[in-house]
Design a protein around this ligand. Sequence first.
Ligand code: ADP
Ligand code: MG
Length: 397
Amino acid sequence: MTTVGILGGGQLGAMLAPALQDLGADVHVYDPDPNAPALRRAAHAASGSWRDVPRLQEFFDACDVVTYEFENVETEGLAQLSGLDKLLPSLGVLRTTQNRALEKEFLRDHGLPHVDFVDGRTAEELPAAARAFGYPAILKTARGGYDGKGQWRLSSSVDLEALLSTPARAALDASGWVLEEPIDIVLEVSAIVARERNGDEVVFPLFENEHREHVLDVTLVPARLPDDLAAEAKAVALAAARALDVTGLLTTELFVGRSARSDPGQVRVFTNEFAPRPHNSGHVTRKACTFSQFEALARILLGIPLVPPRLVSAGAYCMANLLGEVWEAQGAPSSLDLSAWEGAPDLLEVVLYGKSGVATKRKMGHLTVRGVGADEAISSARALREAISRTGPRRSV
Ligand SMILES: Nc1ncnc2c1ncn2[C@@H]1O[C@H](COP(=O)(O)OP(=O)(O)O)[C@@H](O)[C@H]1O
Ligand SMILES: [Mg+2]
């Protein structure tokens, strides 16, 4: 039996674990939080910090192969381990993709389409760099940001000065920063490439992503994108996976939109960021595709060949995230009331991640529906989420 270790015990690990177990693997999970949901899915659960080298070494020693579901794993601890060749995707891939500055430099060095940017190390360098770069701009910490955290829209030097007198300054100093041009976004898409040890690769159908307050709200597949832009988005994702020499999954987030700095009238593709792991948008593959992103990664880790993934049927599929707000609307119950599922045959799945503690904007679950067309799938996913929010104990009193 192959033993697979997963670093990180969130919902991505909780969905990856059963995919591995279905193919006969023994799953071990490591997370600093002893309540992390994936720990309950594992044959062996380890809890320790990312800097606890002896514990990490023990974890690695017990596994044949190790992957990660969280790209903010601190690499300083990992770098000290022996047997790092078990880590897939490699430590080098993790280092590049967890740092926006390195990611952007990678894009520039490989001639891949990206937004105009400048990067730097300290907050002190920022005012001069921003003056030279020009406003408006989006400032992001190089490391640690997610779901819009660690980024700020700046319309002038006044915004920047105000920001630099807040605790954000320390975060910028600690991790470095990237300043980028705001794109006038027409739509956002993501592409998941699954790449085997021997370099064989497949790419999932493109996902169209709609964010709300920087958090993914819904994902639609197939994405509504003209053929030429779709082909370019897939080509960029494949080129990046090859250049990074990824074994595993590489998710590429792309903007389709206009840049005010170059060809303002032209709708183009810009690479935003990478995630070397399953991705929230890829949850839709669980129902929409012949195999899911989790099965794809499981096969790669276990050395089972991939075939190109396809949509299981015509029509459109929409995944809607269930954030903490849905639980709050029901009065924060420990188990969500799903009676709204009755009479909804197109609701293909609801997945609840089993996180302890409801919080606003926290990703707590998702649902996936099938519709005849894109608009119908999106509106029905949103309507079902709304219907779930309207049920439960709070409403019945
Ligand atoms: N340069 C940009 N121009 C326009 N919108 C942006 C830009 N950068 C980020 N955004 C918006 O913010 C969202 C989150 O930014 P992103 O860089 O993907 O960070 P994260 O997903 O790690 O929070 C993007 O999906 C997009 O909607
Ligand atoms: Mg993102």
